[in-house]
Design a protein around this ligand. Structure first.
Ligand code: ADP
Ligand code: MG
Length: 331
C-alpha cells in the first residue's frame, strides 16, 4: 500500500518499553518472565459482519482491542502486548487518527503494547492478536467446572444485544426489522450503545479469579452459548435460575427479575463481553473478594450439575422454555 511505512510510523509506532523489540523489524521480541505461561488469542472484526460501514473509528479502535483483552480476561491472563493486522480501503488520516486514539487509549489503560502487525489495502478488516501472561498452571480454562460448583456472571447481560436490535430496527435491516422490539428510552439507548460499541473487558476480575474460579469463558455469543462451551469442555450440565440474572442498570427502568422480552437478550444476546465462570461453594467468599478487588459486580445465577444439558428455571422453579434462540441446542 502506498505510504505504508509512513502510515505505520505515524499512527502505529509508539515506545514499547516492556517488549525486547517492537515495531520496525521482521519480528517483534517478547521475553516471557521465568515461570510464566504466555496466553495468546486472536479476534477479527470484519466490515459488514461485526460493524457498519460508517462505524465511528475511535470506538472501533477500542472494540477491536477490547474483544481480544476479553479473551485474556477469561483465561485470567495479564495483558502484555498485541499485534495489529489491518486491511484498509485507503490511507485516510481522518479515519486512522481516531482509530489509533481509541486503540491506544484502551491499550494504555491495560499496559498492553502494540509490537507489530501488517498493513495492506483491501476491504476494512481489523485482526488483533494479544499476548498475555499468567503463572504456569494457573490459567482459567473452560474445562474445569465440576458438579456442585456455583455459576456466576459479571456485570449485566443483554445491553449490547438490546442496542443492536434497536440499531438494526432503525436501519430497517430487512431480516431484523420484523423481530420483536424492546423500545429503549433515549438514556437507556445511549447506555446500551456504549456497551455495544465500547465494551469493557473484565481484565482485573479475570486475574483476581485465578486460583478461585474452576472454569471461565467470556460472553461474546450470549450467555447460553458461552456457558454451553464450559459445559461441553467440562462434560457437565447446569441449572440456571432466570430470576437470579443480574438487573439492568437504573437507566433502563427495567423490572427485576427481568421480564420475558429482556430475558431473551440476557440469555442469548451477544457482544456483552462479560465473564461467565464457575467456582466451588467453598470459594464463595473468595469470589466476592475478587469482585470487590476488581470493582466488578458479580452475580450467582445457578449451579453445575452432573446431569448433562442446561436447565432454565424461573422464580417458581418452573422450566423456562421456548422463545430463546439457540437454547434447544442444550436440550
Ligand atoms: P514484513 O514485510 O517483514 O512483513 P512489513 O513491511 O509488513 O514487514 O512491516 C514493517 C514493520 O511494521 C514490522 O515490524 C511490522 O510488524 C510493523 N507493522 C506493519 N503493520 C503494522 C500495524 N498495522 N501496526 C503495527 N505495526 C505494524
Ligand atoms: Mg508484512
Amino acid at each position: 500500500m502506498d505510504g505504508e511505512f509512513a502510515l505505520i510510523r505515524q499512527f502505529f509506532t509508539r515506545p514499547t518499553p516492556r517488549a525486547v523489540l517492537g515495531v520496525g523489524d521482521d519480528c517483534a521480541l517478547l521475553q516471557p518472565a521465568p515461570g510464566m505461561h504466555l496466553a495468546i488469542s486472536s479476534d477479527m472484526l470484519v466490515n459488514g459482519r461485526h460493524f457498519f460501514d460508517d462505524a465511528e473509528p475511535q470506538a472501533l479502535g477500542h472494540k477491536a482491542l477490547a474483544v481480544n483483552l476479553s479473551d485474556l480476561a477469561a483465561c485470567g491472563a495479564k495483558p502484555l502486548a498485541f499485534t495489529l493486522a489491518l486491511a484498509l480501503p485507503q490511507a485516510d488520516p481522518l479515519w486512522l487518527g481516531p482509530f489509533s486514539r481509541g486503540l491506544f487509549a484502551l491499550a494504555d489503560a491495560h499496559g498492553c503494547e502494540l509490537i507489530g502487525g501488517d498493513t495492506t489495502r483491501g476491504p476494512l478488516n481489523i485482526c488483533i492478536t494479544v499476548f498475555g501472561e499468567m503463572p504456569a498452571g494457573q490459567a482459567l480454562l473452560r474445562s474445569g467446572a465440576q458438579a456442585g460448583d456455583d455459576i456466576y456472571v459479571s456485570g449485566a447481560l443483554g445491553e449490547a444485544s438490546l442496542a443492536l436490535a434497536q440499531l438494526l430496527h432503525e436501519r430497517d435491516t430487512a431480516s431484523e426489522a420484523k423481530k420483536p422490539q424492546v423500545p429503549l428510552a433515549p438514556e437507556a439507548y445511549a447506555c446500551a450503545l456504549a456497551r455495544l460499541h465500547q465494551p469493557t473487558p473484565r481484565v482485573a476480575l479475570g486475574q483476581a479469579l485465578r486460583g478461585v474460579a474452576s472454569a471461565a469463558a467470556d460472553i461474546s455469543d450470549g450467555l447460553l452459548a458461552d456457558l454451553g462451551h464450559i459445559l461441553e469442555r467440562s462434560a457437565v450440565g447446569a441449572t440456571v435460575h432466570t430470576a437470579c440474572l443480574p438487573a439492568l442498570p437504573p437507566a433502563y427502568g427495567a423490572a427485576h427479575p427481568l421480564p420475558a422480552q429482556l430475558l431473551r437478550h440476557a440469555l442469548a444476546g451477544g457482544d456483552d463481553y462479560e465473564l461467565v465462570f464457575t467456582a466451588p461453594p467453598a470459594q464463595a467468599r473468595a469470589v466476592q473478594a475478587a469482585a470487590q478487588a476488581s470493582h466488578t459486580p458479580v452475580t450467582r445465577i445457578g449451579h453445575i450439575d452432573a446431569q448433562p444439558g442446561l436447565r432454565l428455571l424461573d422464580g417458581q422453579g418452573q422450566a423456562v422454555t421456548g422463545e430463546f434462540g439457540g437454547f434447544d441446542h442444550f436440550a
